[in-house]
Structure formats: structure tokens, C-alpha cells
Design a protein around this ligand. Structure first.
Ligand code: SF4
Length: 714
């Protein structure tokens, strides 16, 4: 059920965009709109909002909303729609086995929605093929954490950004993509003289504001951080006691680093950076105890993304700079609930509650859920999952809260493959998203609640669980995702496992699973909330995990982990990782001589199904564009403001030319936001190949070989 507050009563909620997770005060006007302000009491933002957050009130219209269930293009009742989904899943499992069913979830979903989807698929349908658009976002950081710490744990918190003396930003346009965190960094510079180092092949707004900008060659981050590890060792800047007492694998990792970047000169050769700049960065890092290295999509969205994360973490472990105020490696999550999805296990390589597939973990989850068909191993990650549809291996696909026909690599091939499905279910807010419009035969569209209408929790980049609360009426026949999933489960005969009376009941079960037989060897534990009352669920969040054990005094979570130097590996030691030498997954060629990078603009979110409704936000960058260096634009006959076609061997897009020295010669950049619903031929997914990282499965979205040519405006 959706509680609708009286007009003018202020509702505390959380911004639905980036992983900063800012608190928002929404004041509904009683006519479907709301006034929006930052929540001064929320510890992520203390009242501030960025351009996207402050424009939330402009994005609440019901234009193009999916308001009723649709079956094969025809409006139907919920009864018919749910029957079609349950019947289709049952038939698919009977004919082709449960592993022919796949779910593709989203970091936009609330934790409770994610939990129920994961439980239904992995415990009751018996399919391991549950992956998420977070695979495209931060799965390399997850894999790097697990390799280094034995757990997917972000060690630090936002206060560390306030207390650092040096903040190194790797592959992160924080000023545009995590704007409120960037404001905290700028404040730290004002208050304590914090230095900002920005490492990025592209000179973004963040790079413009850096004290030191390192515009390295694409894909060479592991060389830079290998060089740094060598420099720390040669300069005597290691924390030998920490290495000896709390880590393993240092010598092997250092040997590998020496093979990759034995000196500053070799690092310069590999990265294309001047030796003086590298030396300046290395010395600054070596002599400053309070260093935070924050990394984001520029590191993660890479065929070597996991190694990039570990190359960064290696330098922090080598100096013992982890788990203490103002220091540590810090993965910035992209989406509002990328972290919550990880907590419930909504990735193909996780089971549930930060558990994986050790036999005792499978047995523990099976018993907790009472699951008849618990899976015992990993499923296919996003790229492989969609390729399996092309090969006819996946026969039923349920997409929830995401737009893969815009964002997935090789999106056109995916679109073509959907006709091979026996069942295509899309839980959506918008009727005109590319993914919803791809509907054909055997398609069920399910109207889901949007931000402002739905209730539940999200977890931000610093492990802080906050509430999204409803302040608007549910429009049309839209329903909460967890309730839709539960109804389907009941129709499949699993009533006992899915008889939730409220979203709080789902949360309590999720919290209880995190603590079930958890003797402290698992990082994720919010068991203290497993008996939270409906009232406290409404009022007592946000909190940061891990929480104190249930029954112990106090409910304050820990702001930092690893302060005692004990990690979640079997011997409680962190692991150094010997990383691979840098190499792009695909080389440029005579036909495709340029390297295409992709990313965000300041004022749009993902495929702009929400931000596109705000004229103010759309005005910042009104049309899709391609950045190119003047040295490349001139010989190719490209002029600023003209039209060009960017093409790879997988597809093409038409964009406005933006000539800028912000990109390196030999590089292109195009934003990820435009879709067929908002522009003609401007989808990133149609152009990029997305070779996956062999460890994390995260696809390379930053370095696709491409060509560009001018085209005439039609
Ligand atoms: Fe929303 Fe992120 Fe902006 Fe905060 S920084 S208001 S969470 S988009």
C-alpha cells in the first residue's frame, strides 16, 4: 500500500539519482507535484542538493507513464498480466529448464524489490541468471574488494573526504557525477588545504578544478599505480609493520609492479604523462598520510577494471592507509542503490546477503528461505546473459527498472535477439522507454511505482541505508515491484515464502538473513534491524552498516571498517594482488583509428527518462554530442557544431561535433544518456562492444575503436 501524506506535510526521502544518496525534503502540493529541498539532517548532504536533485520537483509529471498492465500491446487487468507472467515462467521452466529464465535488475530498484526478485529467482525458480545494470557500474570495484579484503566492503565514509589532506580521484568526474561529494572535497580544500589530484584521460570539470591533473593515456591506470607502489617501496614510504602483520602477497605484487613500471621514466613511457607530473604525484602520495583515493566508472568500466581497483588498493595497503580517519581507497557507486543490490546478492556471482556459493553458504540461505530450488553456483553476468538470448539459451527475460536497449553494449544485437524469447517481461515506469517499446509478441509490461510513489530503502556509497518514502498517490494501476514479484511467486505456488504484508516486512527478513548464523566472519550484518517496527522503519533510518550485533547496546553503525587491521579473509589478512600490465581489450586499426570514451553530462541521469522532463536540466546539454580534439577534427573536416557520424564495427550514432582540447588527440567522447525515445541514432549502446573484465564481468565502455566522419544535417 502507498501512504499518501496530506498536502504540505514534509516527507523525508532520498534522491533517486547518484550513489551519494542525498536526503531530500519533499512537500507535496496535493496536485501531483511537490516542493523539493535538501534535508539538513541527512549526513550525506546536510541540506545541499545538486542541479539534478534540486530539479526533482520538475520531473514528477505523468507524461508517458506506463499506467496499466499491457499484454502483447493490449491493456489487460493485473490478474491477466500476472497470470501471463506466472504461466510463462512455469511453461519456460518445464520446457527448457529453470536456467532458461533470466532477470535483469537495476541499481534504481529499492533494496526490498531487489531482495524479493533475487529470492524468487535463486531460491524458488532455481535460476542463477540474475544480473543487474550495476554490472556496468561498479562490479569491478566489488571484485577488487573481494580479492583484497575477502568481502565486498567499502572501508571508509564521507567524513574521510572531509578529513583527508590529499584526495586522488581516478576515472571520476566527481564535480558532475557526485556533485555533493565534490562540494565536500572543495570545502576540505578551503578548510584544511586538501590537495585534489585528478587522474583521467579526459580533462573534465573535475580535472579543471584539480591541483594536479594527470591526463594519462586511456587504460594505463595500472601502470601508474604500479609505478607508485614501486616508488613507495624505493623511497622507504612503506608501512612495514602493517604489511607484515595484516597483509599477504606484498612481494609478489611488488615484483609484478616492478615488471610493469620499474621507474618514473618507465611509468611516463607507459602512461604518456610527463615525468615531472608523475614525480610530483608520487612524492605527494608518499609524504601524506591522510590520502583518500576515490575511484569510479573510469576505472571500473574497463576490461581491466578489477586490476585497476586492486592496483589502487595495493598502494593503500602498502602504506597502512586504510580504516583510519582521512585515508583509504574509496569506490564511488554510480546509482542510488548499487550498494543495496550488492547487499541482497542481486548480482550473478553472489547468492544473498554478501554470501556466495560455498556449500555452507548455499545451505544456510536454503534453510533460511525454505527454498525448494536453491541454486548452487554463479549465473551469467550481464554481457554473457544477453549473448545467451542471442544464442537461444535464455527463453524468458524479466527486466526491472532499467533500459538495456540503450545502455548495454551491442544494444542493436540485443534488440534483434528479443524476438527469440518465449516470454519478455518489463517492469517499468515509462511507457516509451526503448526497452518497453521493444515489446513484441509474448510481452508483458508491468507498471511500477516511481520515485515519490514508492517506499523502501537504498544504500549509498558509504554503506548508509536511507529511506525512499512516498509522497504522491500511486498513479493509474502502478504497483510496488516487491508486491508484483510476490504475487507472481504466489501464483507459482510459493505463497509461504512471499506472504509479505508490507515493505517493512521484506526489510525485516532481509536484515534477519544478514545476521543468520553470522558469527562475525561476514561483513554485512544489519541483524539489529530484523525486528524493527513499522514505525521505526519509517523514522529510524538512515543508519550505516555494519550495525552492532542484535541485543548489544546502541544502534550506531560503524563509520569505518578495518581500523583494527583485520579483514574478512580466512586468516584476517588483506591481500595484495599482482595486477596485469595495462592493455586495451581492442586495438585501434586503420578502419577504426580512434578510441571512443563514454560517460555522463552534469544534468542528466542514465537514459534521461526522468531528467529529460526538466527543461532546465535539458538546457545544459540540449543535444547529443561527440567531443574530439582539434588535431583530429581539422584533418577529418569536422567543425564545432556540425554533425558527425561515430561508428564502430558494431554500429553507429549521429551526434553534434564538439571540438575541445579536453579530450586527448586520438580520442572521442560521447555521453550515455540519449535514446531512441529522445533522439535519433544517438545511443551509446549501439556503438560500444563492451569486452568484459575477466574477473568482474564488467564491460569496457571507455575504449571502443571507432571512426568519425562529417555528415550533413538533414
Ligand atoms: Fe542527488 Fe547525487 Fe545530486 Fe545528491 S549529488 S542531489 S544524490 S544527484
Amino acid at each position: 500500500t502507498v501512504q499518501v501524506p496530506e498536502p504540505s506535510s514534509v516527507v523525508r526521502t532520498t534522491c533517486p539519482y547518484c550513489g551519494v544518496g542525498c536526503g531530500v525534503l519533499a512537500t507535496p502540493d496535493g496536485q501531483g507535484g511537490a516542493g523539493i529541498a535538501g534535508d539538513p539532517e541527512h549526513p550525506a548532504n546536510f541540506g545541499r542538493l545538486c542541479s539534478k536533485g534540486s530539479a526533482l520537483g520538475e520531473t514528477l509529471s505523468l507524461e508517458n507513464r506506463l499506467l496499466h498492465p499491457m499484454l502483447d500491446g493490449t491493456r489487460v487487468s493485473w490478474e491477466q498480466a500476472l497470470g501471463a507472467v506466472a504461466g510463462g515462467l512455469r511453461r519456460t521452466a518445464e520446457r527448457h529448464g529453470p536456467e532458461s529464465i533470466a532477470f535483469y535488475l537495476s541499481g534504481q530498484l529499492l533494496t526490498e524489490d531487489y531482495y524479493v526478485a533475487n529470492k524468487l529467482a535463486k531460491g524458488f525458480l532455481g535460476t542463477p541468471h540474475v544480473d543487474t545494470n550495476s554490472r556496468l557500474c561498479m562490479s569491478s570495484a566489488v571484485a577488487a574488494h573481494r580479492r583484497a579484503f575477502g568481502s565486498d566492503t567499502v572501508p571508509g565514509c564521507y567524513e574521510d573526504l572531509d578529513e583527508a589532506d590529499v584526495i586522488v580521484l581516478v576515472g571520476s568526474n566527481t564535480a558532475w557525477c557526485h556533485p555533493i561529494l565534490f562540494r565536500r572535497m572543495v570545502d576540505a580544500r578551503t578548510k584544511r588545504g586538501t590537495k585534489l589530484v585528478v587522474i583521467d584521460p579526459r580533462r573534465t570539470q573535475t580535472g579543471e578544478e584539480a591541483d594536479l591533473f594527470l591526463g594519462l593515456r586511456p587504460g594505463t591506470d595500472t601502470a601508474l599505480f604500479s609505478g607508485l607502489l614501486v616508488h613507495l617501496a624505493d623511497r622507504g614510504a612503506l608501512d612495514q609493520r602493517f604489511i607484515a602483520e595484516h597483509t599477504a602477497g606484498f612481494d609478489t605484487a611488488l615484483d609484478r609492479a616492478r615488471a610493469i613500471a620499474p621507474s618514473i621514466a618507465a611509468t611516463a613511457l607507459a602512461t604518456g604523462l610527463p615525468e615531472a607530473e608523475i614525480g610530483g604525484f608520487f612524492d605527494l602520495f608518499a609524504r601524506t598520510p591522510r590520502v583518500v583515493t576515490a575511484f569510479s566508472q573510469g576505472a571500473n568500466q574497463s576490461a581491466q577494471g578489477t586490476d585497476k581497483g586492486n592496483a589502487i588498493i595495493n598502494c593503500h595497503l602498502a602504506t597502512g592507509r586504510i580504516g583510519q580517519p582521512g585515508m583509504g581507497p574509496f569506490s564511488l557507486t554510480g546509482q542510488p542503490n548499487a550498494m543495496g543490490g550488492r547487499e541482497v546478492g542481486g548480482l550473478a556471482n553472489m547468492l544473498a546477503a554478501h554470501m556466495h556459493f560455498a556449500p555452507e553458504e548455499v545451505d544456510r540461505v536454503r534453510r533460511f528461505w525454505g527454498a525448494p530450488r536453491i541454486i548452487t553456483g554463479e549465473g551469467m553476468k550481464a554481457v554473457a546473459l544477453f549473448e545467451a538470448i542471442e544464442r537461444g539459451k535464455i527463453k524468458a527475460l524479466w527486466v526491472m527498472g532499467t533500459n538495456p536497449l540503450v545502455s548495454m553494449p551491442r544494444a542493436d544485437a540485443i534488440r534483434a535477439s528479443l524476438r527469440r524469447l518465449d516470454l519478455y517481461v518489463v517492469s517499468e515506469v515509462m511507457a516509451d522507454s526503448d526497452t518497453a517499446r521493444a515489446a513484441g509478441r509474448r510481452t508483458v509490461l508491468l507498471p511500477a511505482l516511481a520515485w515519490g510513489e514508492k517506499n523502501g530503502t537504498v544504500t549509498n556509497s558509504e554503506r548508509r541505508i536511507s529511506r525512499q518514502r512516498s509522497f504522491l498517490k500511486a498513479p493509474g494501476e502502478a504497483r510496488p515491484d516487491w508486491a508484483i514479484l510476490s504475487d507472481v511467486a504466489r501464483r507459482l505456488g510459493h505463497g509461504r515464502g512471499f506472504s509479505y504484508l508490507s515493505v517493512a516486512a521484506v526489510f525485516r527478513e532481509h536484515a534477519a538473513l544478514s545476521a543468520f548464523e553470522n558469527n562475525g566472519t561476514r561483513d554485512f550484518d544489519i541483524g539489529a534491524l530484523s525486528d524493527i517496527s513499522d514505525g521505526a522503519y519509517t523514522t529510524n533510518l538512515p543508519v550505516q552498516w555494519p550495525l552492532p550485533k542484535r541485543g548489544s547496546a546502541g544502534t550506531r553503525g560503524r563509520t569505518r571498517l578495518f581500523a583494527d587491521g583485520r579483514f574478512f579473509t580466512f586468516d584476517q589478512r588483506a591481500r595484495f594482488v599482482a595486477v596485469q600490465p595495462p592493455a586495451l581489450a581492442q586495438d585501434t586499426s586503420a578502419a577504426y583509428p580512434l578510441v571512443l570514451n563514454t560517460g555522463r553530462v552534469r544534468d542528466h541521469w542514465h537514459t534521461m527518462t526522468r531528467t529529460g522532463k526538466s527543461q532546465r536540466l535539458s538546457a545544459h546539454r540540449a543535444v547529443p554530442f561527440c567531443e574530439i580534439h582539434p588535431d583530429d577534427a581539422g584533418p577529418l573536416g569536422l567543425v564545432d557544431g556540425g554533425l558527425c557520424e561515430v561508428a564502430s564495427e558494431h554500429g553507429g550514432a549521429e551526434l553534434e561535433v564538439m571540438v575541445t582540447e579536453g579530450v586527448r588527440p586520438g580520442s572521442l567522447f560521447m555521453p550515455m544518456h540519449w535514446s531512441d525515445a529522445t533522439a535519433s541514432r544517438a545511443r551509446v549502446g549501439a556503438v560500444v562492444r563492451g569486452v568484459p573484465d575477466p574477473v568482474s564481468g564488467q564491460p569496457e565502455l571507455k575504449a571502443t575503436p571507432a571512426r568519425v566522419r562529417p555528415v550533413a544535417y538533414r
